[in-house]
Design a protein around this ligand. Structure first.
Ligand code: AMP
Length: 556
């Protein structure tokens, strides 16, 4: 089904729309971070200074620039400055393991990487020149505030974003200026954002939905209230900031809302909540409706640019749907032969229109497999994206999302291809094969469970992994995988159960909570991770030392 109103995309890019807002509302507050506020004029000047510095450093139109920066006004400035240079940004969370950061920078052949001084030493990237943000900042006092005036076209790359890959290697999704602008204008229409908008941004920039949080208020002349790293992890602080800053739009995943709903929270009539990234349950929706003026369920994969369908959820709704396509977007339910299915019949969700990304970076086969020719729109060259989501359309035209047809999973809003974790586990010495499953997907704390076959069956130990094994496997995996991809439970097996057609029968893999000793290991590893994170933050913020690792020795 196509969104009925096709709206021609105006010329220009997100940067042009930001500038327009910046001129119209020069003295209005554009960005707040802690106790600091930046007017549109001040922010635009900083962005221009950054952009001119980047151009002087050799950045060229069309370059891919890695951004490995902490959550701060600098990261917002950097993203817009990169776009103003006609370059594309590759946002990477500095909390990712160094090997994963390197893998993304190497794979993308990023020409430059904007990085903190403290991290630069440990991220060796032969192809990417490091631009140290502290040096850039120091050089800015008398930087050039003139707009570099570089124009981009709709098909130019705006950003490259890596998501988990089922072959064991993350894949880069290429999102164009046309994709991004169409999305943002669609959101502006739906939510009527303007100079009164106050949006609280909590999502890490390495997750595509951060694009809504950063750009939507800025192109609308509204306020972007950027929560710092500590606040994003603290439900009480988030609820406080929602009230203190008079936030009227907030976006989060169901996982975050589940945590927020555990706190006391007055009903905020002027607040619009956007919920997406995972299925929104009726319970959570009902609880959220008590807390806000309006609630929207947002659905869409990174490959079709942030969100592709939207549904306002009301108290009267008997079930939760993902609604209808946004502006210039089509959604189809197809069978295995890519034939349209009638209303009410379950099939796979395909998405077409202006949000369909350019494809996967340097992965032509995978691009051809997932982005196929659009047989429905009649637009030459148009493609539809095969989401891997199961769904159906109702007679009313509303869509339902009914889960996955593959092994992609979501853990606390993070998209994970379970095969990627399996790939790294199978590389660990002493492990022959592994299958990873999510247990308790709907619970407050879903768990990733690794089922593995040891190379030496004599070490089976009745299926129980030893404390030493778990500690060493977790350590090994954390070199390549972020914390949310490291299993919390481990089961050793002689063989995997198979389905009649000889595939691993994941459903037959059953997990039993381990006995006390192992549970303690898992929990203490989790506590250790929290503690390590806190210590790391103290070293970084209080002492200015970046890249501190748990095993570092500070005495020598
Ligand atoms: P990502 O690329 O990280 O945005 O993940 C996209 C996937 O998340 C989709 O293909 C769906 O499987 C899932 N997803 C996103 N939003 C929703 C939603 N509102 N309801 C159900 N599943 C969702």
């Amino acid at each position: 089904m196509q969104n009925q109103m096709y709206k021609p995309l105006p010329s220009g890019s997100v940067v042009d729309f930001f500038e327009l807002a910046a001129h119209q509302n020069a003295d209005g507050i554009a960005l707040k971070f802690g106790s600091n506020s930046y007017s549109f004029k001040a922010l635009n000047n900083s962005i221009n200074k950054y952009a001119n510095y980047l151009l002087k450093s050799g950045v060229q139109k069309g370059d891919i620039i890695g951004v490995v920066l902490d959550r701060s006004p600098q990261v917002i400035t950097a993203l817009l400055a990169i776009l103003k240079c006609g370059a594309a940004y590759l946002p990477i969370d500095p909390e990712f393991p160094e090997d994963r950061i390197k893998l993304m920078l190497d794979d993308s052949e990023a020409a430059f990487v904007l990085i903190h001084n403290g991290l630069s030493g440990s991220i060796h990237t032969p192809q990417s020149k490091h631009l140290i943000i502290e040096e850039l900042e120091a050089a800015l006092t008398d930087g050039d505030v003139a707009d570099p005036g570089i124009k981009v076209s709709g098909n130019d790359l705006a950003y490259l974003l890596y998501t988990s890959g089922s072959t064991g290697k993350p894949k880069g999704v290429m999102v164009s200026h046309k994709n991004l602008l169409n999305f943002l204008l669609g959101m502006k229409d739906i939510f009527n954002t303007d100079t009164h908008t106050r949006l609280l941004a909590v999502t890490t920039v390495s997750f595509d939905i951060a694009g809504l949080e950063i750009f939507l208020p800025l192109i609308s002349g509204g306020q972007l209230v950027l929560a710092d790293k500590e606040i994003t992890k603290d439900s009480k602080a988030l609820i406080d900031i929602l009230q203190v800053q008079g936030i009227n739009i907030f976006q989060a995943t169901p996982a975050t809302y589940k945590l927020l709903l555990q706190e006391k929270w007055p009903s905020l009539e002027s607040l619009t909540l956007l919920c997406g990234g995972e299925a929104l349950s009726k319970n959570i929706a009902d609880a959220l409706l008590q807390k806000c003026g309006r609630l929207f369920n947002m659905y869409g994969p990174t490959e079709t640019t942030i969100w592709s369908t939207v549904k306002e959820i009301t108290k009267e709704d008997g079930f939760i749907s993902i609604g209808a396509p946004i502006r210039n977007t089509s959604v189809y339910i197809l069978d295995e032969n890519h034939a349209l299915l009638p209303a009410g019949t379950e099939g796979e969700i395909f998405i077409g229109g202006d949000g369909v990304a350019l494809g996967y970076y340097k992965r032509p086969e995978l691009t051809a497999e997932r982005f196929i020719a659009d047989p429905f729109s009649g637009v030459e060259g148009a493609r539809i994206y095969k989401t891997g989501d199961l769904g159906k359309v109702l007679e009313s035209g509303e869509f339902l999302c009914l889960g996955r047809s593959d092994n992609q999973a979501k853990i606390r809003g993070y998209r994970i291809e379970l095969e990627e974790i399996e790939h790294y586990i199978s590389k660990i010495s002493g492990i022959k094969d592994a299958v990873v499953k999510v247990e308790g997907a709907d619970s407050l704390e879903p768990k990733l469970i690794a089922y593995l076959i040891p190379s030496d069956l004599a070490t089976l130990n009745g299926g129980a992994a030893t404390k030493k094994e778990v500690v060493s496997w977790r350590k090994e995996l954390s070199k390549d995988l972020p914390a949310y991809m490291i299993p919390n439970g481990w089961v050793k097996l002689e063989t995997f159960p198979l389905t009649p057609n000889k595939k691993v029968d994941r459903k037959a893999l059953k997990y039993k909570e381990p006995e006390n000793e192992l549970k303690t290991v898992v929990e203490s590893s989790r506590e250790e991770a929290v503690l390590t994170g806190r210590l790391k933050a103290i070293w970084e913020t209080e002492l200015g030392v970046k890249g501190v690792e748990p095993d570092d020795n500070f005495l020598n």
